[in-house]
Design a protein around this ligand. Sequence first.
Ligand code: FNR
Length: 361
Amino acid sequence: MEIGLTNVREFEELARKALPKMFYDYFRGGAEDEFTLRENVEAFQRIRLNPRVLLDVSSINMSTSLLGFKLSSPILVAPTGGHKLAHPEGEAATARAAAACNTIMVLSFSSNCTIEEVASSCNAIRFFQLYVYKRRDVSAKLVQRAESCGFKAIVVTVDTPRIGRREADIKNKMEAPKISNLEGLLSVDANAQDGGSNLEAFANETLDPSLSWKDIGWVKSITKLPILIKGVLTAEDARKAVEVGVSGIVVSNHGGRQLDYVPASISVLEEVVQAVSGAVPVLVDGGVRRGSDIFKAIALGAKAVMVGRPIIYGLAAKGELGVRNVIGILKNELEHTMALAGCPTVQDITRSHVQTPADRL
Ligand code: FNR
């Protein structure tokens, strides 16, 4: 069933109307001046397409593979916490929608539905995102639960030694969304300090700021699953990630919610791809709002993209159906872009199909 919206941006307005301001601000917001939040979108808009003509595009195939898993398109659902703030069915509805679209969902560590609830909501390939807590036993327990529920990879988020200063959340006195996975494992008495929010106090009480490269070895020691690291923005760190043996890298600035004034993830993607020279797949997220953005990311070397806020806006606007529509629109736009650019398969999308600002100098 269609909702009648023509692009994913339109879901944001529906979500804004559907949500209490505090929750909409939590989903939309970025850190401090929100420079990186805006830049994530604008950097995509500065990349031009170089279409090729007179190629047979009567049939377009968007499928690809990641870590040996077949994907219907190079799109994954990014891990985002607190889906019950958007819709009463929370992550279970998002998971059903992703499964219906043959799309891998990365379940956030900070989800409102438990790992088990999401796993039993439908049958699909899913990854689990991990935050490493000071209480290592708690993080290890969640990895074990994800593994025994059939999740296929662990995505370790490494850009959050502490939480970014999201000023809207501070002004709104936003509370930390309930993390159901922690029930019975951890109770945190987090009190907002002056100039902070309870969300910030909770995160800073729990997250381990001492996490370092050697700890990726610890994550490897507690699971048999492949490990991706999410939050790499430099060639140097990408090389280190390969050295410590990760199976994949997600170029990400956490949707502009962590360190403000870092570059848009799409603008550092290529240097990361070059640094790892094919050793592991590289994914990117941040600012993907059009199928043409996905095309641009693939042309610059990404294996796939992850989509954050548009999924939540779809969920807030229309529940499971809204998420299906958001993924469906992005897939349709990608298919259309591939046809008009002369690329019948994802493998046909190459560096020469895009022009970055640096190319124009
Ligand atoms: C996030 N993100 C995130 N990342 C993560 O590793 N664990 C998490 O729990 C969350 N939670 C979260 C909540 C909300 C409300 C947002 C908007 C984002 C970051 C997310 O995975 C992804 O990197 C960005 O959302 C990508 O940018 P776009 O698509 O939102 O522009």
